[in-house]
Design a protein around this ligand. Structure first.
Ligand code: GYE
Length: 322
């Protein structure tokens, strides 16, 4: 009996040793954090619309696909929160931070801390003050000039055209430059007047409410809407419909982004155009990091190309809409 007991005990001990050994296997630990691989953080200011969700998914796929460790934060559309997120990220000591800043100001000090620790920062889609290696984005002046030129091609240079402008995040590079490019282009024609300009905040609900108020104030005087992005445009479109007006006939909408809902609205005649602003940055970010890792240098600005989509080329564009 004693012998059997001793045998069972020995067996149990042997099994538990194997189990301990398995728990501590170095291979298992590498699954949780890929030791030796780069660590890249993506600091998103808000995942608030399709453009942002597409951008986040693409970035995650690219960074994880490269076999690098991935850190992600979402600041919920709050600049102070995004600065706090950056502090947390810096404490984790990643090799790179890909930063999609909410606005241009407010990141100077936290980016100085990243630089002090030798962490390389890459800004994507909007720029900000403070140290960073490169800025990857569309040319917002080109986008808004293209939108204004399309409007001028449709309406000409004689009849009076009353414009409602719905702007993006105040203080963001894209809102500042999308206003400038558009205003500078229409300025050379005296028949274009901006009769109302309100913050749409790249949000459908904010834009819908803003447009409802503007329609109440100006009713049948509005000819066109210039929207800083497709969420502003779709919000305006919903307000136009709710007021019993027909988008595309009573009021024409000109916008920027290239989102699926805007592409569908162009296809069915409810919107005049969208200028594509690509949300895909993953591939360029990988090539920037790979270049820097192999000792190379990168330009301080890398441009994401765009294109005009209107009734002429909508069918060709539809499969790419996101
Ligand atoms: O147009 C919009 C997003 O910063 C270029 O931000 C980007 C803009 C884009 O929320 O849809």
């Amino acid at each position: 009996m004693k012998k059997i007991f001793a045998l069972v005990l020995a067996l149990v001990m042997a099994l538990s040793l194997v189990a301990c050994g398995t728990e501590k296997a170095p291979d298992d630990q590498q699954d949780a954090s890929n030791e030796g691989a780069l660590t890249v953080a993506f600091c998103q200011y808000a995942n608030l619309n399709n453009w942002r969700v597409t951008q986040t998914n693409d970035m995650e796929a690219a960074i994880k696909g490269a076999g690098w460790n991935y850190i992600y934060t979402d600041a919920g559309d709050d600049t102070a929160q995004q600065v706090a997120d950056l502090e947390d990220i810096i404490a984790q000591n990643p090799d790179y931070i890909v930063l999609a800043p909410r606005e241009e100001e407010g990141y100077e000090e936290v980016l100085a801390k990243a630089a002090e620790k030798g962490i390389t920062v890459i800004t994507v889609d909007r720029d900000c003050k403070g140290e960073h290696a490169t800025y990857i984005a569309a040319d917002f002046i080109w986008e808004s000039t293209t939108c204004a030129e399309k409007m001028i091609a449709d309406w000409g240079t004689e009849q009076q055209v009353n414009i409602v402008e719905l702007t993006g995040t105040p203080g963001s590079t894209c809102a500042i430059e999308r206003q400038k490019g558009f205003m500078d282009t229409i300025a050379s024609h005296s028949n274009y007047t901006v009769i109302a300009s309100q913050v749409g905040d790249f949000s459908r609900t904010t834009s819908q409410t803003a447009m409802e108020n503007i329609i109440q104030a100006y009713s049948d005087q509005i000819n066109v809407v210039y929207a800083h992005n497709d969420d502003n445009a779709i919000g305006a479109l919903q307000a136009i419909k709710a007021a019993g007006l027909t988008p595309g006939q009573d009021i024409k909408i000109y916008s920027i982004d290239g989102q699926k809902d805007a592409a569908d609205a162009i296809a069915n005649g409810e919107m005049a155009c969208t200028v594509v602003c690509s949300p895909f940055f993953g591939e360029t970010v990988l090539s920037v990091i790979n270049t820097l890792e192999s000792g190379g240098t990168v330009d301080s600005y890398i441009q994401n190309p765009g294109k005009l989509v209107d009734a002429e080329n909508i069918q060709e564009y539809l499969p790419d809409a996101y």
